[in-house]
Design a protein around this ligand. Structure first.
Ligand code: FES
Length: 268
């Protein structure tokens, strides 16, 4: 490794370092874990979305979030809470109305952007590690310019969280009447976590508390902003937790729907 001082035109002296990076710790571990985690989740979700089966438990009204709301002609009886008006072609997901928006919401999320820029695009892979690309245009050009649409996807995600909330409430009412099982607990935990992730969004924080000159003149918005800010510092954790709860919820509903095991019932 050689190190000499250079003085760029109009700038301060910088060290000219031949080594790719001076970091000696395992800086590559975090990007690697991200690639494995996100890769595994996307693979699981893609397989499940195109299975077109085992997403609805008629005895307990459990509907997996990957099929909510179910809107194709293929949807099994009872699973379509908002009508089934799209053709049942294999390529069309049964939740075709919501999945694209959820995907775009997560793809444009500030945290996920950092995660996949670093791990998949190596741009840059870690602090003080050079970019894997020669040029860098940031998010100033198409298609990354579209990342600015995140705030609009937030509104769509909030509506979808409402739909998931309805699914969780509806699941307490089985054809036999009020019922309560482990599936309800899982659906409920998932929906609470989804709300926490959605509300902790940076766009949400700005919508609630941004563009104000004086918080003292807006005490309610200040309180809401304070609450959202507390969640916001956990946004990364919530991003991962919700991937976990979504997959777990889907897997549980699939397992019960497929008859691999019975739902653990506490009431009815
Ligand atoms: Fe992550 Fe908005 S910043 S969901």
């Amino acid at each position: 490794m050689t190190s000499t001082a250079t003085r760029p035109r109009g700038g301060r002296a910088r060290a000219a370092i031949a080594a790719k990076t001076l970091r000696t710790d395992r800086w590559w571990l975090a990007p690697l874990i991200t690639v494995i985690g996100l890769g595994a989740w996307v693979t699981y979700a893609t397989v499940r979305v195109f299975m077109h089966r085992d997403y609805w438990v008629p005895q307990y009204h459990y509907l997996t979030p990957f099929y909510s709301p179910c809107v194709t002609e293929r949807c099994v009886e009872g699973s379509s809470h908002f009508g089934s008006f799209l053709p049942g072609w294999w390529i069309i997901p049964d939740a075709a109305l919501t999945l694209p928006f959820l995907l775009l919401f997560r793809l444009t999320c500030y945290y996920y952007r950092k995660a996949y820029y670093r791990s998949f695009w190596l741009s840059p892979p870690a602090c003080a590690v050079p970019d894997g690309h020669k040029s860098y245009s940031g998010e100033t050009r198409f298609p990354l310019l579209g990342q600015n649409l995140h705030r609009y996807f937030f509104y769509a995600a909030a509506i979808i969280s409402l739909i998931n909330t309805w699914d969780a409430i509806y699941a307490f009412h089985s054809p036999k009447g009020f019922g309560f099982g482990l599936g309800n607990v899982i659906l409920l935990v998932n929906v609470v976590m989804l709300w926490a992730y959605t509300i902790s969004c940076h766009s949400c924080r700005h919508i609630i508390g941004g563009r104000l000159k004086h918080f003292s003149a807006h005490p309610v918005r200040y309180k809401a902003w304070t609450f959202v800010s507390k969640l916001n510092v956990r946004h990364m954790q919530l991003a991962w937790i919700t991937l976990g709860t979504l997959a777990l919820t889907d897997f549980y509903v699939m397992a019960v729907a497929a008859g691999w095991f019975n739902d653990l019932r506490f009431i009815n």
